[in-house]
Design a binder for this molecule. Structure first.
Ligand SMILES: *Cc1c(COP(=O)(O)O)cnc(C)c1O
Length: 430
C-alpha cells in the first residue's frame, strides 16, 4: 500500500517503509493513497468468522504489494493471541470490550500489530531497528509488551522518574530482554525533548536504525479497523459506533473501515471536557486549546493529532464530517453518575473512558430507538482503580496479567535529563 503525507501528496512511502518512519518527513501523517473498496471482502464475514481471519484477510488486501497471504497470516497470528468481546448489556447498547490484551487497553491491538509487522519486514530485509519512545506512563507499556521478545528489534523507553504510577513503572521496567527502560531525572517533556533530539541527529538515527512507535504510526492505526469489521459481522444490522476519543486514532480507524465499504449507520465521537472536535462539528470552526485534566485522562487532548487525517478524508468540508460523525461530550460529574448507575443497575463496572462513550450512546438512543449501538470500551476498569474506587466504592480486580507484575523486580537505568544521554546509552549497549 502506498501512503501519502497529509501535508503534501508528493511525499509518499510504501507501508513497509512508512511504519519505520512514523511522522512523514514534512511533519504530516501517512494515509492510504489508493481508494480502497473492501465491500465484497466484508460481505464474506459473519458472526462465526474469527477475529484473526478478518484481520488476516484485511491485512492481505491492504498489503497485497508487500506480502502474501501467508505473510499476512503470520503477522496477524503473532500479533493477536487475544480478541475483542461484544457484551450485550440488554439496554439497546452493546459494549465492545477491547481490553483483553496484555496491557488491558485497546492500544494493545495497534502496538501488537505494528511490532509483528516490523519483525516480519526486518526478517525479510535482514535489518535491525531500535525503537525510541517517551512515555508519561500508560502508552509506553503497550509498546513495551508488544515488542517484548521480537527478533532484531530493541526498544528504549524514556520515562520521568517518580512521575509514573507504581504499576505503570512495573509495566515498563520488569520485562528486560530487548526492552530497555531509561529512567530520566526530569519530567515527561524532558523525555520527549531527548527523544526528539536523538531523531534530529540524522547520523545517529541512521547508524542505529532508530524508529518510533507513536500512536500516529499508520502501522498502529490500520489494525484498529479490524474490530469494527468484526463487531459489524457479529450484528444482523448496520450499527452505530460510539467511540470515546482523545487523539481520535481509534475512531479514525473505524471511519476508514467505513470509507472502504463497511456498512455503518453512524459514528459518534464522545469526548470529555476536552471537546474541541464536538465543538468543531457544531460550529464548523476548529479551535485547539490546552488540555484540561479529567477522570478519563487518556482522552485529555486539546489538539487531537488524527484530526489531520480526517481533514484529508473529508477534504476539509464540515458537511462531510457531519455526514459521518456526530459529536458529544461528557463532564466528570456525568461520567461518575454513569459509572455509578450502570454498576448499580447492571452490576457492570466500566472505566471512566468507557463511561463517557456509554452516556453519549444512551443520549443518542433516546432519539433513535431503532438503531443497535455498539460503544467501545477502551480499558479494563482495574487500570483505573483509584477513580473506580472513589466513585463506586469497590476496587475492581486487577487483571491477572497486571497483578503478576507487582512482585517482579524493577530494572532501569537512571539518566540525567541531558542531550547526549541517549547517544551514550546507545554507544555503550549496542
Ligand atoms: C488512548 C486512549 C483513548 C483515546 O483513544 P484515541 O485513539 O486517542 O482517541 C481512550 N481510552 C483509553 C483508555 C486510552 O488509552
Amino acid at each position: 500500500m502506498l501512503l501519502k503525507s497529509t501535508r503534501n501528496s508528493e511525499v509518499s512511502a510504501p507501508f513497509r517503509e512508512a511504519i519505520f518512519i512514523g511522522l512523514t518527513p514534512d511533519g504530516g501523517l501517512y494515509y492510504p493513497a489508493e481508494e480502497l473498496n473492501f465491500s465484497s471482502l466484508y460481505e464474506r464475514f459473519d458472526k462465526n468468522t474469527l477475529f484473526n481471519t478478518i484481520a488476516t484477510e484485511m491485512t492481505a488486501a491492504f498489503l497485497k504489494d508487500e506480502t502474501d497471504r501467508e505473510g499476512a497470516a503470520r503477522i496477524v497470528n503473532r500479533a493477536f493471541d487475544f480478541e475483542p468481546r461484544l457484551v450485550d448489556l440488554g439496554t439497546g447498547i452493546s459494549v465492545l470490550e477491547l481490553f483483553h490484551g496484555p496491557t488491558c487497553a485497546f492500544k494493545d491491538f495497534g502496538a501488537s500489530f505494528l511490532a509483528s509487522t516490523m519483525e516480519e519486514f526486518l526478517k525479510e530485509d535482514k535489518g535491525q531497528a531500535i525503537i525510541l519512545t517517551a512515555t508519561s506512563g500508560d502508552t509506553g507499556s503497550a509498546v513495551a509488551q508488544a515488542f517484548y521478545g521480537k527478533k532484531n528489534i530493541d526498544v528504549i523507553i524514556l520515562y520521568p522518574s517518580g512521575r509514573v504510577s507504581p504499576l505503570q513503572e512495573k509495566q515498563l521496567t520488569t520485562l528486560g530482554g530487548n526492552i530497555h527502560a531509561l529512567e530520566v531525572k526530569g519530567a515527561f517533556d524532558d523525555c520527549q525533548r531527548m527523544v526528539k533530539e536523538a531523531f534530529n541527529n540524522g547520523a545517529l538515527k541512521k547508524e542505529f536504525g532508530l524508529s518510533s512507535a507513536n500512536s500516529i504510526n499508520i502501522g498502529r492505526l490500520f489494525p484498529q479497523s479490524f474490530y469494527y469489521v468484526w463487531a459489524r459481522a457479529q450484528m444482523m444490522d448496520d450499527p452505530v459506533f460510539c467511540v470515546p476519543s482523545g487523539n481520535f486514532g481509534n475512531i479514525t480507524a473505524g471511519l476508514y473501515a467505513a470509507h472502504w465499504g463497511l456498512k455503518v449507520k453512524q459514528f459518534i465521537a464522545a469526548t470529555n471536557a476536552n471537546n474541541v472536535v464536538p465543538q468543531f462539528l457544531e460550529s464548523g470552526i476548529y479551535t485547539s486549546r490546552p488540555s484540561v485534566s479529567t477522570h478519563s485522562n487518556a482522552m485529555d487532548v486539546g489538539d487531537p493529532s488524527n484530526f489531520e487525517r480526517l481533514e484529508q478524508l473529508y477534504e476539509g468540508k464540515v458537511d462531510k464530517f457531519r455526514a459521518s460523525i456526530k459529536g458529544d461530550w461528557v463532564s466528570d460529574g456525568e461520567t461518575e453518575e454513569t459509572m455509578g448507575r450502570i454498576y448499580k443497575e447492571l452490576g457492570y463496572i466500566m472505566c471512566p473512558h468507557t463511561a463517557v462513550g456509554y452516556l453519549a450512546a444512551e443520549r443518542y438512543l433516546k432519539d433513535h430507538r431503532d438503531s443497535p449501538i455498539i460503544t467501545l470500551s477502551t480499558a479494563h476498569p482495574g487500570k483505573f482503580v483509584e477513580v473506580v474506587d472513589q466513585v463506586l466504592g469497590v476496587k475492581p480486580q486487577l487483571p491477572p496479567a497486571l497483578q503478576a507484575l507487582i512482585s517482579k523486580e524493577k530494572k532501569s537505568t537512571l539518566v540525567e535529563n541531558r542531550v547526549g544521554e541517549i547517544e551514550k546509552y546507545l554507544r555503550v549497549n549496542f
